[in-house]
Write a protein that binds this ligand. Sequence first.
Ligand SMILES: *Cc1c(COP(=O)(O)O)cnc(C)c1O
Ligand code: SF4
Length: 397
Amino acid sequence: MYPRDARENWYRGQGLWGEVPAEQWNDWRWQMRHRLTSLEEVEQRLELTAAEREGCLLARNKLAMAITPYFFNLIDREDPDCPIRRQVIPRKEEMAVSPEELLDPVGEEGAMGVDGLVHRYPDRCLFLVTNVCAAYCRYCTRSRLVSNAQGYDFHPNLENALRYIEEHPEIRDVLLSGGDPLMLSDKKLDYLLGRLREIPHVEFVRIGSRIPVFLPQRITAGLQDVMRRHGPVWMSIHVNHPKECTEALSEATEKLTMAGVPLGNQSVLLRGVNDDVPTMTSLVHRLLMMRVRPYYLYQCDLITGSRHLRADIRKGIEIIRALRGHSTGYAVPQFVIDAPAGGGKVPVNPEYVQEITETEVIMRNFEGKEFRYPLITADNGKQVPAEAEWIPEEILL
Ligand SMILES: *Cc1c(COP(=O)(O)O)cnc(C)c1O
Ligand code: SF4
């Protein structure tokens, strides 16, 4: 049993920006204007290690650095290994490319229907609507295009992508991502969602966004209106560590839910951030308290310069095993590896089935105890009457 997660510990306040009027602090435009984007701005507030200093200087050629004041406050400035810090402050290790690493680690470029639209699975597509985010995650799968530090020059043509979706009736599910789709204005989002809703074969629309985590102030009444108007729109947020579950995030998820948006969470398993059982246990419980259902736990993709952040896959399996049965079923995400070179998401599970014999399944439960369940075999099938005369004909249809 892990300790209960006392709700009183959830972060609130303005921290280093205590003198800023609340009205400004709570305005997402103020947060965006005051993002920390240079070595100097970060160093004024945080003592950096040599590896971080170098990382900050080199970041502009790889993946830009940007941190909202709100998110920066969550860093423990006394701890060089702070899990928040590891996610957003660049380190020189990012510049080292290991042999297994790739610029496009999950082969998205090869699956583009049109620029900015990845059509890998039969019934759904990934629609990249922007290349900007409120802050940048050092392990981003799309660092090749996000923030445009590598000169990718991503100019998504929304009309081309919409036309592609219109012309492909097999597309039932559209996932808006980027970059962060909530960087679009309410007006643009309203238009985009409206267009998608007009396509009769699009049944399911969802948004992948880390903005509730980096910039919860963006979840405004205006945005709620857009979500309500085009709902149901689902959303996957991206929370990696229990420290990110603050009062502000909780208010944002509350607003989204009240606007009819079902919420899931996608975490990335990161070394020294969340690759241990107590951290992930606390995270998933906090998510449920905020009306968010843990959806995926991703093994970190083989993105260039990510080795220092990639965790051991066995750790991920151990975490799922520690959750299953020991906690609420709703709290357990699916652990997946997005297979390199375009294989798509592959679930990775602890083994519960030990063996399937001719007659039974031999399995172990969450406590490691063995159980058996019989198979329906040709032989015992004969014991079932071929025609179930006792079912009234009218309900057999
Ligand atoms: C992850 C992903 C999706 C969505 O997959 P789900 O398992 O339905 O969440 C769709 N397209 C691409 C290219 C993806 O990477
Ligand atoms: S918010 Fe998403 S797209 Fe943006 S940097 Fe982070 S992982 Fe990449």
